[in-house]
Each structure stands twice: as C-alpha cells, then as structure tokens.
Design a protein around this ligand. Structure first.
Ligand SMILES: [Zn+2]
Length: 276
C-alpha cells in the first residue's frame, strides 16, 4: 500500500507531464463525469498534489479532478498517442501533445467545482496533508492537544486520517521510534518534550521518505546496513520490518506487535510502555 511519500512522488510525475500543457484529450469512462468534465474544457492544469491517499489535479479557476486509487487504481504516463498493453480498464485520459496520463481501474473519481471539496464525503473528513506547507510541527503539536484527538493512543492517531493525512504503516513505526514513544501513550498526556519530538518526527520522516523514495533512516544507517549485507527493503528503516534485529539505539531486539489492527515494530527498551 503506498503511503503519503509514494503518492506525492506519483503526483510530481503527473505534474511534470501535465502542468501548463494544453490538453488535446480529456476523457472519462463514466457518462456523468463526461458531462461534468465539460466544465474543464479549455482550462490548463495548474497543480497536481496529494491529499493523504487521494490525488487532486487542479485546473485553472479552482476546478479539481479528485481520484483515489484504493487498492487497484493506477496512474500511468506514456508518450502521447500510445496506450500500454493492459487488461485494466481505462477510467480517465489527460493527454497533451507530449504525454498521456492514464488512470486505470480506480473507481473513486469526482470532478469538483471550486470549494466543493468541503462537502465531498471523503475529503471533508481529512485532516491536513502531511506535506502541505501549513502542516508544521507547531500545528501538529496543537492537534495532539485538541480534544478530538487527545484521548487516542498515538499509535492509532498517526494512522487516523482526520488527524493528519498521508502517514501510513511503515511511517507510524518509524516516527514512534524516532520520538522514543510507545504507541499506547495518549496524545493529550504527552509532556511538551515528547509532543515536540513526535511532531518533528512526523514532518521530518515523511519528508525524508519522500526525498529518498522510501527511506526513513538516515543515509549513513542505510549504507552501513547495506554494507553489512542487508537488502534495501530492510536497511531503509530503523525498526520497521526488523523484528529480532538489534535496536539502533540500545541493541535490544526489535519486537513486532499488532496495534490498532496493523503490525507495528518497536524497541521495548527505548519505547517504554506507559504505566497503566
Ligand atoms: Zn532501543
């Protein structure tokens, strides 16, 4: 399952192919989208950005094409005029003289007039995107103390899209380890130091994973693990996918648990369970 950093990289690739290039083809598989899509005719694409796991393609005048890939949807970028060999069903075509951006298999697609996202059933419930310029550690810290979220354990909150959108399962384990926090700690009970560490780890690790294509540990760590013979899938993290391997801080064996229904990796020594 792609997480925020992977979706943002996909948005970058779409943006590079589409922004400010006049569309030669704008096509939708669904009749209602084709009717609605007439509002987009003649407008350029000005931005493509992620919002959590959704993708927003923004047209001049504030119109937006919303798409959410769920499990099967996939954007492909191919040279204009060509179509890949695939059994997937084509849902959207955005094509200019150089490139064609093709959305396959996604079922959750909408065309939104300016401001209409506020009544969209999915978008209206989403918290701020982790990569949005306004999503700063200061703002995240304020949200940790917000009464909507303060009673939740941080291990659930990091995956709770109304809190912040775009963090997924590998980021959750890595952020909690970076902040040295056990997932059962409640957001509202963190002291200023812990809340600060957690908020900074959220933005820093998401940003690092975006920049590096999925690494949450620093380059020096990844290189050292690779030299020691580990594959990149394992070497790129501090604790995620590293059950029984030594903690980078204290060398205690990393433990795998299930938390809020998903696997989570932690150091039992560095991330002490709260006294109940
Ligand atoms: Zn440790």
């Amino acid at each position: 399952m792609p997480e925020g950093p992977e979706i943002r990289r996909a948005a970058d690739a779409l943006g590079a192919a589409l922004i400010e290039r006049p569309l030669t083809t704008l096509w939708f598989h669904r009749a209602d989208l084709r009717r609605r899509g007439k509002a987009l005719a003649g407008r350029s694409i000005v931005a493509v950005r992620p919002w959590g796991k959704a993708m927003l393609t923004e047209f001049e005048g504030g119109w937006q094409l919303y798409s959410h890939n769920q499990l099967y949807g996939r954007w492909m970028i191919v040279p204009s005029g060509t179509r890949p060999e695939t059994k997937r069903s084509l849902r959207v075509v955005l094509e200019n003289v150089e490139d064609a951006a093709l959305l396959y298999s996604a079922s959750d697609i909408a065309i939104l007039a300016p401001g209409e996202w506020q009544s969209h059933p999915f978008l209206s419930r989403l918290g701020p995107d982790i990569f949005h310029a306004d999503t700063t550690p200061v703002r995240l810290r304020a949200r940790l103390a917000d009464r909507r979220f303060a009673r939740k354990p941080v291990g659930a909150l990091l995956m709770h899209q109304p809190f912040v959108a775009g963090l997924g399962n590998y980021l959750r384990s890595e952020i909690l380890f970076a902040a040295r926090l056990h997932p059962a700690r409640r957001a509202g009970e963190l002291d200023a130091d812990a809340a600060g560490r957690l908020s900074r780890a959220m933005t820093q690790l998401a940003e690092r994973a975006y920049r590096t294509g999925g690494e949450t540990a620093p380059k020096s760590w990844v290189k050292a693990r690779r030299r020691a013979g580990e594959g990149w899938q394992q070497a790129r993290h501090w604790v995620f996918n590293r059950e029984e391997l030594p903690c980078p801080e204290c060398e205690a064996p990393i433990r795998r648990i299930t938390f809020d229904g998903r696997r989570l990796y932690l150091c039992p020594h560095c991330q002490q369970e709260p006294a109940s």
